[in-house]
Design a binder for this molecule. Sequence first.
Ligand code: 13P
Ligand code: SF4
Length: 304
Amino acid sequence: MYQEELKLEIRELLRSRNGVLLAHNYMRDEVQEIADITGDSLALSQEAAKTTAQVIVFCGVHFMAESAAILAPDKTVLLPRLDAGCPMADMITAEGLRSLKARLPGVPVVTYVNSTAAVKAESDICCTSANALKVVDSLPESEIIFAPDRNLGRYVARFSDKKFHFWDGFCPTHERLKPDAVRRLKDEHPDALFLCHPECSPEVVDLADHVCSTTGMYDWCRDSDARRIIIGTEAGILYRLRRENPDKEFILASPALFCPNMKLTSLEDIAASLRSLTPVVTVAEEIRLPARRALERMLAVPRD
Ligand code: 13P
Ligand code: SF4
């Protein structure tokens, strides 16, 4: 009952503050339930760039709220849990990227949005898991630096003629999924298809029937004839998959597919954040402007 009261209070606070609640597809079920928009990193950045709301409550991790602050500097961007970080984003620094660029002069940098604003500011263009190949293909150069996710980079490189220089970052959550766990489940359920996120290791990707972003998974599962689908991404995706496809069975490929940072934000945190209008995420102008260029260049890449 207390949870239901909190949900009502959050909706009322959103109304009175002219706020919009954006939630990533990995958030807790109850947070997804009350969100105005749930989506992958690309959809949430697009929404932040175009919303008319004055307050953006970002239920995700720090780099996502930073992207919203970069794209919508006139809005108040709240991240209810300031400690919700992304270990992959912390695997690269602006200084580290600058020294790689110095070793590869003239080679453009494609940076996954799972990175800090300071790293984006050092990049030519950003990408998400939904548009990475299109972003890479949009560049005229035949060689690129791809940072920080080595797994997404290697996946995109399979379909590209360009020469890739990879940064050695990865998502610890997706790396915990091992090919043996997938093989065991495939043996147990020979009729099941296997769907995974490109943050998984190349050995896991090799076993997949389809590889896509989290929002891509909703579309693919809805359209697929498969009755049983093994899911290789963070557990939060199951909430909507099960609700939207009650006639299909979804099997999480491993109980290790759990991102502790994505699970930090509770309804209590969201209500407290909206009551106090804190914590606010901002980005200093000297970082924001070059980071915005890289993000806007990505958003200008045609989708199809
Ligand atoms: P997408 O939702 O953009 O596929 O990203 C997954 C992810 O790991 C976000 O942190
Ligand atoms: Fe970062 Fe991986 Fe968690 Fe996404 S799932 S926030 S990439 S650690």
